[in-house]
Design a protein around this ligand. Structure first.
Ligand code: GDP
Length: 297
């Protein structure tokens, strides 16, 4: 990635001659390329603008060492800034620092991969960290949702909260926490109902669930294919309940993952995990440097 970026920049910046530092015109040309790459990768427009302005500030007047070309110098600044903006090097683990049963609240739009990701996280915690995990579906909107989670739990080899018809999501959440305490679970994963789009009823419901469970993590699940819409989704969930981490699903697809940058910029929360397939073990740590490469193309 770095090579292709510096090649592209070399094409637009050319030779600095004896100047030794990058001029505003040099940087402006390179930033046009960056802007384009980011928009193609589906980074939200306000996030692109902000990023480009910051990189411009860092670049204009920057000294270029004799050993590198101006194109390489700008490529390094852009790449470093993008990795920074994605959360810096290194993955951020799930926060399980709370008295057990530790509640993890899963939020997101319908179809984002929330239920699948709940199953994946349960499997990972059960196998890698030997945690006793309880999965609970709070989705009373779609009749099949609770059954879907129950089947996922069976496949993951973890327990799921027995389904009782007629309970509200808040009642199910309370019952999940009580069961968790009574039966000695380490972690309770609460899979909330999604909607096709953000609405106030959904936000109220999620807020109430948060208030009765006090989650250690509130994970926003977002489809990597979501582009500009991701901004509204992230803003709404973050304002309503506060997001502590993001999971980007469908990173196995050909999306360039620009939504990762938008999510991070809007919520300030780290991207903790990525989904890379439909199977239950297709869950990976987030690597900012890899996604930076994908975004810049
Ligand atoms: P929910 O409505 O948010 O609970 O979404 P689901 O968990 O039911 O997922 C919707 C569809 O996306 C299902 O067919 C999942 O198998 C699929 N899915 C979820 N995560 C991933 C992923 O990381 N990669 C791929 N390729 N498919 C996924």
């Amino acid at each position: 990635m770095f090579e292709s970026l510096s090649d592209r920049f070399s094409g637009v910046i050319g030779d600095l001659g004896k100047r030794g530092t990058l001029s505003e015109a040099d940087v402006a040309e390179a930033m046009r390329e960056v802007r384009l790459a980011m928009l193609e990768a589906d980074v939200a427009l306000p996030v692109v603008k902000d990023f480009v302005n910051k990189v411009k500030e860092r670049s204009v007047g920057a000294e270029v060492l004799e050993s590198v070309s101006p194109g390489q110098a700008v490529a390094k600044i852009v790449n470093d800034a993008l990795i920074d903006a994605l959360g810096g090097a290194g993955a951020v683990p799930l926060n399980l620092n709370a008295a057990p049963p530790v509640p993890i609240l899963m939020v997101g739009l319908q179809g984002s991969g929330k239920t699948t990701t709940s199953g994946k996280i349960a499997l990972r915690l059960a196998t890698r960290e030997r945690k006793k995990v309880l999965l609970a579906s709070l989705d009373t909107q779609r009749p099949a949702a609770q059954l879907q989670l129950q089947q996922l739990a069976e496949r993951a080899g973890v327990a799921s909260l027995p389904i009782i018809a007629g309970q509200t999501p808040v009642e199910i959440a309370q019952r999940a926490m009580e069961t968790g305490r009574r039966e000695g679970y380490d972690v309770v994963i609460l899979d909330t109902a999604g909607r096709l789009s953000i609405d106030e009823a959904l936000m109220n419901e999620v807020r109430q669930i948060r208030d009765v469970t006090h989650p250690a993590e509130t994970l926003l699940v977002v489809d990597a294919m979501t582009g500009q819409d991701a901004v509204n989704t992230a803003k709404s969930f973050n304002e309503a309940v506060g997001v502590s981490g993001v999971v980007m699903t469908r990173m196995d697809g050909d999306a360039r993952g620009g939504a990762a940058l938008s999510m991070r910029a809007i919520t300030g929360a780290p991207i903790k995990l990525t989904g890379s397939g439909e199977k239950l073990d297709a869950l990976e740590e987030f690597h900012p440097e890899r996604v930076a490469g994908r975004i810049l193309g």
